[in-house]
Design a protein around this ligand. Structure first.
Ligand code: FAD
Length: 395
């Protein structure tokens, strides 16, 4: 019986678990700091308040086969690949025959002064919930202290995450206004971006569609506005311009887990350049997958972007390669063909690319929900799709 340790119960970790749990010759130990899995792609909805955290999470024990898998709810502190040991915060260290590192992403501030202290990250359930609680607290405070800043929300970054967040915030505006006791048009939403455009992954037509839709929702887009510092209740940008706001949310970028650097892996922004079969350089029994891995795209000659879609595929490939190694077969190289991606603008609008097709508006939103259901199926199975899937297609 080979012992396989999986670190992280996100997209990559759970996909690997699903493949491995079906095998006879292995025992798996899964470690995560939470006792639940969360759909990281939906965090902006919890932050805005358009979904509850219950809707985008499920208990890890619901999906593990207790005969094949031991789940440990604990923090991974460090991996010692030379001694083949994983150090945990509370529990005894783990040893393994094969290791899958799938510890995911963290907020990246790029060294911008005050960003870590004065802006709110949105990287997991507690931080997304904290964003929503913070917005509601500002709205409530407005009732006793009617200062305009309390009604201002700034999203830093107009990439995929920032735009999806802005769309959800716009949709929830009436709820904020109700708590503040003002009309919805008094809630000001800003999105501030260093580049001169939004959503770098999409073509001009989709960018234009998105900008027009955001304009209709009265979102203030500040493009070509590099952020210089985040002070308390204020964004400093461009040539010493200030944007006062009581809510400042940080979505400018992510890096891989700090455990990667703490464990001595050679990495850039927490991402290890893995070998074609997804193993760590010099360690054939250690697989690094998802947002902590960098894999070269042979077409673009650049690493693939970090997405849930590629994380799921990497998790699956790592599991298959471990099974091949156990059977003394050669591992296979990882290949990835993107199915496209769709960014939501609230519940019934979206834009993106599916296959080679550009999609916008309601049809795109329908596709987005189907993509979410597919990914839920690949980590949680049919039971989770039935209870947490997106079937609210018409409102
Ligand atoms: P994660 O999903 O980050 O999971 C990592 C797991 O490891 C978590 O369960 C965490 O609790 C656990 N963990 C982390 N550190 C420790 C530790 N030290 N000890 C123990 N446990 C730990 N991608 C898409 O493909 N399509 C989209 O539409 C899309 N939309 C997005 C929208 C938003 C708002 C965000 C934030 C991201 C979006 N992404 C999207 C990106 C996608 O969410 C990530 O690429 C994906 O989550 C990475 O998966 P992963 O399995 O590597 O890690």
């Amino acid at each position: 019986m080979k012992e396989i340790v999986i670190l992280g119960a996100g997209y990559a970790g759970l996909r690997a678990l699903h493949v491995l749990q079906k095998q006879k010759e292995v025992h798996i130990t899964l470690v995560d700091r939470h006792d639940y899995h969360y759909e990281a792609t939906d965090l902006h909805e919890v932050a805005a308040g358009t979904q509850t955290m219950e809707k985008i999470t499920y208990q890890i024990t619901d999906i593990i086969d207790t005969i094949k898998t031991t789940f440990i709810c604990d923090e991974v502190v460090k991996i010692d690949v030379d001694k083949e040991i994983v150090h945990l915060k509370e529990n005894a260290a783990l040893t393994y025959d094969y290791l899958i590192v799938a510890l995911g992403f963290e907020s990246e501030t790029f060294g911008i002064a005050g960003a870590a202290k004065n802006a709110l990250p949105m990287v997991d359930i507690p931080s997304a919930q904290a964003v929503h609680d913070h917005i509601m607290a500002q709205m409530q405070a407005y009732q006793t202290t009617p200062k305009a800043e309390l009604l201002k929300i700034v999203v830093c970054g107009a990439g995929f995450t920032g735009i999806e967040l802005v769309g959800a915030l716009a949709e929830e505006r009436p709820a904020y206004a109700k708590v503040a006791g003002v009309s919805a048009d008094k809630i000001e939403i800003y999105c501030i971006e260093a580049m001169d455009n939004i959503l770098p992954m999409f073509n001009e037509d989709l960018k234009e569609y998105c900008k027009k839709e955001l304009e209709k929702r009265d979102i203030h887009m500040l493009l070509s506005s590099p952020i210089k510092a985040i002070e308390e209740n204020q964004v400093v940008y461009g040539e010493n311009q200030n944007l006062p706001a009581a809510t400042i949310i940080w979505t400018t970028g992510v890096s891989g887990s700090h455990v990667i650097a703490d464990s001595g892996f050679q990495a850039r922004r927490g991402r290890v350049m893995v070998k074609p079969d997804l193993t760590a350089p010099d360690h054939a029994n250690v697989y690094i997958v998802g947002d902590v891995a960098a894999v070269m795209d042979d077409d673009s000659k650049r690493p693939y972007p970090t997405t849930a879609q590629i994380s799921l595929k990497m998790g699956e490939q790592a599991a298959k390669n471990i099974l091949r190694q156990i059977q003394n077969q050669a591992t296979e190289a990882f290949h990835f063909k993107s199915l496209g991606s769709v960014a939501s603008l609230g519940n019934t609008d979206a834009l993106g690319v599916v296959g080679s097709l550009s999609v916008k508006g309601y049809p795109a939103s329908f596709m987005k929900k189907m993509i979410m259901n597919k990914s839920l199926l690949e980590t949680g199975g049919t039971k989770e799709v039935l209870s947490k899937g997106r079937f609210d297609l018409y409102h």
